[in-house]
Design a binder for this molecule. Structure first.
Ligand code: PLP
Length: 367
């Protein structure tokens, strides 16, 4: 009974779907249809429908999705693309992979998403696009961002790798305010497969067609290649697994929101609890608190058998890999302050009330 409470519990989710999941895995192997299969086709249709989008293209991972979208949008050497530094590195890597330069912009200190008011001063003649990241599932301030983008003729890409099913202005995030959105199906994400997977979602047929070509070696016929592309496909086994899980996603997200609500109600007097932008509903990929005594709190929770995480401890502008860009400490003060104080606590749909209470009790007694 004293087992550690994990941050995510993929096995308990599998147990609840075991029969269905095992069936589709066996079926896929029996048919030996592993690449460009029927489940790939159906998942693309079903995920597009889930996002209220015209097109969804399954690809090899969220990172691949970012790479392909930036190529489809013709981001190239010499261009600048604006993004937050408070995100997973794949967001910015996709910019660098094009030979373009990521321009890191600070975040809002309450929502942890890119601060639109700080975007304007970073726009130059070279700026081509903005990548908005829905951090922790919390939609970025898309109305303000899209206004800036329209005025300056910039493309918008939504990095929704953590935000499957999040809502903005009452609609599923993904296409309303952007040219395209990317999703990750990394196992721990709100919708996760059993390996790597991702998708590009868009209402723009040109972008969709280009991504579809790029992810499969630019192939138009079996041995005919229209353009140079990549080996960037989602495999059929993952698509089959994702189809089973997609039908549960809305109810899983609902549970995540209910647990988040419980946490916030119980913890709001002692911690800074998650804050959302206007007109948005988070998908709560993770539940992130903020407190100046973070490190002491994490040590205590660890002793109590409660797992925690920090998403992410080193902001991108201070990563060794981005040393050549010349950023230094103090360049993004809000981001730097936030990463020293944030921590995430266990949140997954199968989390039991007794576990939630244990986490809350520990957090209330430690400060
Ligand atoms: C997970 C994640 C990615 C990358 O997705 P993968 O499927 O792991 O390649 C990109 N951006 C953000 C914000 C993420 O959380």
């Amino acid at each position: 009974m004293n087992s550690k409470i994990p941050l995510v519990d993929l096995y308990s989710q599998y147990k609840s779907l075991k029969k269905e999941i095992n069936q589709v895995i066996t079926k896929t192997i029996e048919k030996s249809e592993f690449i460009n299969g029927e489940d790939n086709k159906l998942f693309d249709l079903e995920f597009a429908k889930f996002c209220d989008a015209k097109f969804s293209i399954g690809v090899g991972s969220g990172s691949v999705a970012l790479d392909l979208v930036l190529e489809a949008l013709e981001i190239q050497q010499g261009d600048e693309v604006i993004c937050p530094a408070h995100t997973f590195i794949a967001t910015a890597e996709s910019i660098s992979h094009r030979g373009a330069t990521p321009i890191f912009v600070d975040i809002d200190e309450t929502t942890f998403t890119i601060d639109p008011d700080k975007i304007k001063q970073k726009i130059t003649k070279k700026t081509k696009a903005i990548i908005a990241v829905h951090m922790y599932g919390n939609p970025a301030d898309m109305k303000k961002i899209s206004k800036i983008a329209r005025t300056n003729k910039l493309k918008i890409i939504e990095d929704a790798a953590q935000a499957h099913g999040a809502l903005y202005m009452g609609k599923k995030i993904g296409t309303v305010y952007s040219d395209a959105a990317i999703f990750s199906f990394f196992p721990g994400k709100n919708l996760g497969c059993y390996g790597d997977g991702g998708a590009v979602v868009t209402n723009n047929k040109k972008i969709a067609d280009k991504v579809r070509l790029l992810k499969d070696h630019g192939r138009t016929k079996k041995y005919e290649h229209q353009i140079l592309g990549y080996g960037g496909r989602l495999d059929n086994l993952q698509a089959a697994i994702l189809r089973v899980k997609l039908s549960h996603l809305d109810s899983w997200n609902k549970k995540r929101r209910e647990i988040a609500e419980k946490y916030s109600t119980a913890l709001k007097d002692k911690y800074t609890v998650p804050v959302k932008n206007d007109d948005s509903v988070s998908s709560f990929y993770v539940y992130t608190l903020r407190h100046p005594k973070r490190d002491m709190i994490l040590k205590y929770l660890n002793e109590k058998g409660i797992s925690t995480g920090i998403y992410y401890p080193i902001p991108l502008h201070l990563q060794p890999a981005y040393k050549s860009l010349g950023y230094k400490k103090g360049d993004l003060p809000v981001t730097e302050q936030v990463v020293n104080e944030i921590f995430s606590i266990p949140l997954y749909p199968e989390l039991r009330p007794s576990q939630i209470n244990k986490v809350v009790r520990a957090l209330l007694s430690v400060v």
